[in-house]
Ligand binder design. Sequence first.
Ligand SMILES: Nc1ncnc2c1ncn2[C@@H]1O[C@H](COP(=O)(O)OP(=O)(O)OP(=O)(O)O)[C@@H](O)[C@H]1O
Ligand SMILES: CC(=O)N[C@H]1[C@@H]2OC[C@@H](O2)[C@@H](O)[C@@H]1O[C@H](C)C(=O)O
Length: 369
Amino acid sequence: MMKAGPIWALGAMSGTSLDGVDAAMVQTDGEKIYAFGDSGYRAYSEAEQLVLRSALGKWHDDDCSEALQVIQQAHAGHLSSFGDADLVGFHGQTLAHDPHGRGTHQIGDGAALANDLACPVVWDFRTADVQLGGEGAPLAPFYHFACAKWIGAERPIAFLNLGGVGNLTWIDPQQGKPDDPGALLAFDTGPANAPINDMMMQRLGRAYDQDGALATQGGVAVDAVEQFLMHPYFDRPAPKSLDRDEFVDVLELVAGLSDADAAATLTMMSAAAVARGLKRCPSTPGRVLVTGGGRKNPVMMHMLNGVLDTQVDPVEAVGLDGDMLEAQAFAHLAVRVQRGLPTSGPGTTGVRAAVSGGTISKPAGKGAN
Ligand SMILES: Nc1ncnc2c1ncn2[C@@H]1O[C@H](COP(=O)(O)OP(=O)(O)OP(=O)(O)O)[C@@H](O)[C@H]1O
Ligand SMILES: CC(=O)N[C@H]1[C@@H]2OC[C@@H](O2)[C@@H](O)[C@@H]1O[C@H](C)C(=O)O
């Protein structure tokens, strides 16, 4: 059989921070990255954020029709501003995640989006993995594997995403495929920016601690960090994943601290969670490449450098775009789904066997779903 060539895929991600939609074009055959294309961010308005926030924790689309409308409109509008894509990867917005209980819930209607964009859309990436006993997250690791190849890594390296939640992917680039045994180990490290953002909003009415300006003025309450590390999540073996609000009690640990000390302590908690995670990796990676908004917080990067036994750099150090890596991941994963290649495996989500998740919807008139 002739090997399928690369196509241009457009990926879209609306992350746990609920701040907006990232979208990025990647030319890929689902295995190798050939080129990066346009990318762009579409912020949610304050009113849209309120609607999304109030839908968090909801399990049925019927209970969050307003949020669904926000997601559909934001994505249809934003994605239609891109040039011709052969395929779209649409993550949607996670509202609830309980893989060993009620499942995982991303809102977003890929069939409707396919009609709006007149382009096939791959969506609902996480359900199949959860149904086969996996965590349903993180899913970016199979893309991280392609990134490791793209940068020519020869020894084990790690990608660390610092979004609302943190997730770490350890990679052995000597393996041929992401689903080869031992190629990947991935898991959510713990909360990253979500508790800092929540504290900033509660106390100061600000969305986040920009450039770590508040944390830099404070001191770390070591006992609070130690208590945080006693959370049972840290003793669970990897792969493992988190719901955004699973660590909601964290704010109680800093309740008695000044604003600056609370910011410094919460930032250290995120770094300490990563350090715990790194110890679970098969070997110490030669380098940790950081993506997501947390890499723009110099206090967090400084603390990570202090607690990790290895070199820590933003992914820009190797020519990647840390604002768009997750959107690119869903472009790449969409192509994998279209080509029947797996998108997760035992090392990344703990699923019983490698699985190709996702649903493909074609625009009406271009063949059935
Ligand atoms: N300059 C900055 N200084 C400090 N923190 C920042 C800065 N820029 C971004 N952040 C943090 O990064 C967060 C956004 O990160 P990102 O866009 O990676 O999240 P996300 O994709 O929504 O989350 P997830 O990956 O968990 O789905 C912001 O909410 C903020 O906490
Ligand atoms: C259930 C869910 O949406 N999880 C997100 C979240 O945000 C970061 C972390 O928690 C990761 O597990 C995942 O997103 C990324 C894109 C992933 O699946 O790799």
